[in-house]
Write a protein that binds this ligand. Structure first.
Ligand SMILES: [Zn+2]
Length: 505
């Protein structure tokens, strides 16, 4: 029933389009199109466009159809508009406990199981291995002269150099890989971050985890990787001195599966023989958070759908408006449109795209992203990353034409640059900005709809949002035809990455 429902819905949307194309219905105004995009994408039928849901599949098809209608070329896989993004979905262990010496640990209380298949080990050979760290440049190897094969290995958090929270989290993947390679059955890390409550860590890892799959195959880790709260382990110092000791470990296993979601990617080939080798990348995420508990905020029986009209149907509408404008007025540089997925679960669609660009990444010279929490100033647009990539005059020109002001880098304490897809490209060195509707602060007006079930199309000011979309499209056009090539301003955080990417050193 469900599948049929989606198919029927899809058929209607495609039929509506083909009719609009084949009959003599007058061309829709920008405002009509903007409203149509937002009403469709934020409709209850799409159920909040949660990644890996039926609703987001329909949204993706809608975007692909619109590209197609406007003569945008497919730039996904196998001559389609879709780039497959493999996600690893891990379900936490349902039960678990362990004990060492006189101390015992309970899952969710002072024990977190991060990965590993089901185990039940009793009085099992265990060993302490320093930080479990290897650094050949410093001639440091905690496993030198230690045989950890088949054993439970206890390690300190972080590295010999640092046990700051950042260092601890960054070291995790390498430590897990080394212990696994050397044949340990379990790696137990001792948690001792005083200013970072263990319960936060428990809550974070004790729910479904979504991450990019490394190889697109089922790759559940065999070895158990767990954390215990060290303050409960009084005799750890005694253990450190022992060559080996015994411990018990039992848990029901972390199950991982691989699922595919999709970026929707299209191309306009630039008109200039030389400049068309340079690509401007236009991005907007088209996923949102879904229904009910998935939304992580208040909902009711009458309304449980997080429609995501502002976040980010507005942005997708701006991207589609840009596709239409530039298809009708082909710019000198080439344009890649990427409606990206899985932003709400960790910017995963854009990260995947940045690692698998359909053209050589150094030919992508700019990223203009559109995303936002909503708006509380309809006389302006916001530009996150304003003043950093040399295009400010072009942005002023585009916004002035629609009588809109620019709010540069609003609400700096929210660190917005690092909270949307633009950052996935900035870290690679590509000059990037995020354009958003006008916000002055995260005040009550903004928070009323931000990630709430009330973020619906009916509450949108379509006159303003049309101007927003037109401004975004025009800004993109100006950058695509600019006689100069944008680059990070001197001293920017990403200047070095940019120089490396484009071979400017
Ligand atoms: Zn967003």
């Amino acid at each position: 029933m469900k599948f049929l429902h989606v198919c029927t819905f899809l058929l209607f949307s495609i039929l509506a389009f083909s009719q609009a194309k084949s009959t003599s219905i007058p061309i829709s105004s920008d405002r009509e199109l903007v409203e149509q995009h937002i009403r469709f994408l934020a409709s209850d039928e799409l159920k909040g466009r949660r990644v890996l849901s039926e609703g987001i599949e329909v949204a993706g098809q809608y975007i692909a159809d619109y590209y197609s209608m406007n003569g945008i070329k497919p730039l996904g896989e196998e001559d389609t508009y879709f780039q497959k993004v493999p996600l690893k979905i891990s379900q936490p262990a349902g039960s678990g406990s362990m004990s060492v010496g006189k101390e015992s640990f309970e899952l969710g209380k002072n024990l977190v199981i991060l990965s590993g298949k089901k185990v039940d080990l009793k009085q099992h050979a265990s060993i302490f291995a320093g930080h479990g760290w290897i650094d050949s440049t410093r001639n440091h190897d905690d496993y030198k002269n230690l045989d950890i094969k088949g054993k439970i290995v206890y390690v300190l958090p972080g590295t010999p150099e640092s046990s700051s929270p950042m260092a601890v989290f960054e070291a995790m993947a390498s430590k897990q890989a080394w212990a696994s390679e050397k044949g340990a059955v379990a790696l137990i890390e001792l948690y001792r971050l005083n200013n970072f409550p263990f319960q936060f860590f428990v809550n974070y890892f004790n729910k479904e985890q979504i991450s990019l799959s490394k190889d697109g195959k089922e790759n559940s880790d065999q070895m158990t990787y767990a954390w215990i709260k060290e303050t409960d382990l009084e005799n750890i110092n005694a253990l450190k001195g022992k060559a080996s000791f015994l411990s018990d470990l039992k848990h029901s296993g972390v199950e991982s599966t691989i699922s595919i979601c999709r970026n929707v990617v299209g191309l306009i080939q630039g008109s200039d023989p030389e400049l068309s080798k340079e690509y401007i990348l236009v991005t907007a995420h088209y996923d949102h958070v879904g229904v009910g508990e998935q939304g992580g905020a208040a909902y009711s029986e009458e309304d449980s759908i997080f429609n995501g009209a502002r976040d980010n149907a507005i942005g997708v509408s701006a991207l589609l408006s840009t596709a239409k404008l530039l298809a009708e007025n082909r710019p000198q540089r080439s344009i890649i449109f990427a409606a990206v997925t899985a932003e709400e679960v960790g910017l995963l669609g854009s990260k995947y795209f940045a690692d698998h660009t359909p053209v050589p990444i150094e030919q992508i010279i700019y990223n203009i992203n559109t995303d936002g929490a909503g708006y509380n100033n309809t006389n302006a647009i916001s530009v996150i990353g304003f003043g950093r990539t040399g295009v400010d005059d072009l942005l002023f020109k585009a916004s002035k034409e629609k009588q809109l002001e620019i709010i540069p880098n609003p609400v700096p304490e929210q660190n917005l640059f690092d909270r949307s897809d633009n950052v996935s490209f900035a870290v690679k060195g590509i000059p990037a900005i995020c354009v958003s509707p006008g916000i002055t602060s995260f005040d009550a007006v903004l928070m009323k709809n931000y990630h709430q079930v009330s973020d619906e199309a009916d509450t949108i000011d379509f006159d303003y949002v049309t101007k927003y979309c037109q401004t975004f499209a025009q800004a993109t056009q100006l950058i695509a035809n600019w006689t100069q090539k944008p680059f990070w301003v001197t001293g920017d955080k990403y200047e070095d990455a940019g120089k490396k990417l484009y071979g400017l050193e």
